[in-house]
Design a binder for this molecule. Sequence first.
Ligand code: HEC
Ligand code: HEC
Length: 363
Amino acid sequence: MSPMFAAATTSIAWIIFAITVVGWVVYFFANRRATQPELGSEIELAANRKPYYDDEVLEGSRLERVQLLGLLFLVVIVIGLPLYWVLEPSRQAGATTAEDRRFVAWGGQLFATTAEGGFNCAGCHGATGGGGQAPYTTTDPNTGEVQSVLWNAPALNTVLYRYDESELKFILVYGRPFSPMSPWGLAGGGPMNDQQIDTLIAKIKDLQIVREGCLPSESDPRVCASGDLPQAERDKIDQAATAAANKLVAAGKYDTVEQAMGEALFNLEYSSGAYSCARCHTKGWSYGQPQTTGGGAFGWNLTGGSTVRQFPDQVDMIAFVSAGTEYGKRYGVQGQGGGRMPGFGAMLTAEQIQAIVEFVRSL
Ligand code: HEC
Ligand code: HEC
């Protein structure tokens, strides 16, 4: 039911409350005035010894008045109770929405930049979670040389397209080691307790780009049970990939744009959101110093035919890239998922995933 209904119920409740309060005030003053003249009259006859109504009044006008009052209350109950019953579900829905909004607002305070008193998610990932860049220092393990870099911080407004809620929670609690993304949960050594992490997740849910054909999940209306990335966003990915593929052709690496598509998508830089595979599977890619393509970083080494050995049938690998890994669940010939490889099925088309997979298998 609509929140408007719920708002109406709340207003009605307030009006009844106001009438009751005003009624009591009027009753109080009326009563006081009525009692005052009696002062002193009890010298002749005590107030409790005043003669009561005679039979005529008692069985006549007085009885009728009481009966009328009874009828009035009956009407109130007959109309009021069913009305309450009809409006109750929308009142409850309204209360839930209001509570959700409060959590999102609290999560927004945690998400905000340091200057605004938050934990600076907004500073690195953008105020609306569209992605950004984070200053970081890397140390060369061989030479010990330290250098400042700008590391791509991925978009968070699509993060629930790629991970489920428990995987998102894991990232927030434990961070991404060897990257600017520090652990935020107490268990990972960060500053936030479990409630704060959950409140933050409410905010991240609210940031998500609404899915096309979204069917709200029953347990949480902010999360879509199904639906894909809206066409406008898909077009952006498509344009970025085509532009990158054109560059590869111009550089003489491929003959046609179709052939170049796999590599273009693997290295895709979609706005500053950086959804690509290279972000995790190519060391240094995130700060503009890519080493061996697919050579492994946070995500595993995909070169040397390892993915062909893991997925002898290409179809299985396409399904794997679409779904990502699930914690503890097996994949491929002998893989066990960590829940950290995101699923791309809700963001990329089947053809795009196939192009990427063909490229990865050639590494
Ligand atoms: C200092 C900058 C910085 C801050 C502050 C920061 N992040 Fe990150 N975050 C990053 C970077 C960089 C990555 C990508 C790391 C990588 O390359 O694997 C990342 C990764 C993530 C991811 C994984 C997304 C994906 O698709 O892989 C999530 C979720 C996330 N951050 C949420 C948050 C939240 C919520 C906060 C606030 C509590 C936050 N981050 C604060 C820089 C930051
Ligand atoms: C957020 C980081 C991240 C991104 C982005 C990512 N991966 Fe992964 N990938 C991983 C991790 C981590 C694993 C290891 C499995 C696990 O921990 O769940 C993995 C595993 C894999 C494997 C299995 C390797 C093996 O030998 O078992 C393949 C294949 C793969 N990724 C392909 C891709 C492709 C293709 C893309 C882009 C469409 C991609 N990955 C994007 C992190 C990532």
